[in-house]
Design a protein around this ligand. Structure first.
Ligand code: HPA
Length: 245
């Protein structure tokens, strides 16, 4: 049984070097996942791939059915999830193209269906979320990067905004004061739902742009796409090592 899943984000709707074996349409009590679960071989290992924003990429971050996505992965027996995410860089070492494995989260999103534990409960459940990412998986990702020689920043707080608009300069300044190193729109409730589902979960973030107000001028989609292409190519090398190592 396939135990590991990769959730691909913006810039990773399809996994390079992934030989697809089959697609599974999974329905869950929370609705339909963003896309079919794609089963295949990735550098010698069985892997399930899920495109967070759909394939093609049409579902904005606040409309992703995170519960259906995580529930579907759990249902088919997945135990470990590597979530790939495009982010904006806030901290000085988080420039465009940088790869990083965050270790903390602040959730600024709102109105998202964010828990499995709300209806028909036998008892109220509060998961521990002190360390939102699985440390073993984090270290394995960092180790894979080190083995390839591709720099990957260890740790940093991921601030999750609601989107789909990018942030104001003042919002980023506040997030910086809060201690955020990165800003993205999909980190939550995905990470919390993974914990609730008992899945080991870590995030590989690729910095697509300097966050709002960090440099002069507008943030353009063209810049984001160019930086992402570079970062995702590096990440593919790290993931290859991670999976095969
Ligand atoms: N803000 C939020 N999410 C993002 C950004 C950003 O600047 N870049 C890529 N995802």
């Amino acid at each position: 049984m396939t135990r590991i899943a990769i959730i691909g984000g913006t810039g990773l709707t399809r996994l390079p070097d992934f030989s697809i074996v089959r697609r599974a349409v999974v329905s869950t009590p929370y609705g339909t996942p963003s896309a079919d679960l794609v089963y295949g071989r990735f550098h010698g290992q069985d892997v399930v791939f899920l495109a967070r924003h759909g394939d093609p990429h049409t579902i904005p971050p606040h409309k992703v059915n995170y519960r259906a996505n995580l529930s579907a992965l759990k249902q088919v027996g997945i135990e470990r999830v590597v979530a790939v995410a495009a982010v904006g860089g806030i901290r000085a070492d988080m420039g465009p193209g940088v790869l990083t494995v965050p270790d903390q989260i602040i959730d600024y999103s709102y109105g998202r269906a964010h828990t499995f534990f709300e209806d028909g409960l036998e008892h109220v459940t509060h998961i521990d979320f002190t360390r939102p990412y699985n440390e073993t998986l984090r270290q394995k990702l960092l180790g894979a990067a080190q083995a390839t020689g591709i720099p990957m920043v260890d740790g940093g707080t991921y601030g999750c905004t609601q989107g789909p608009r990018l942030e104001t300069a003042a919002e980023i300044a506040r997030m910086e004061r809060d201690g955020c190193a990165l800003v993205g729109m999909t980190g939550m409730p995905e990470a919390a739902l993974a914990r609730e589902a008992g899945l080991d979960y870590a995030c590989c973030a690729v910095v697509a742009n300097w966050a709002a107000g960090k440099v002069e001028g507008e943030i353009t989609l063209a810049d984001i796409e160019a930086n992402l292409q570079r970062g995702m190519a590096d990440l593919a090398v790290v993931l290859k090592r991670f999976i095969s190592g």
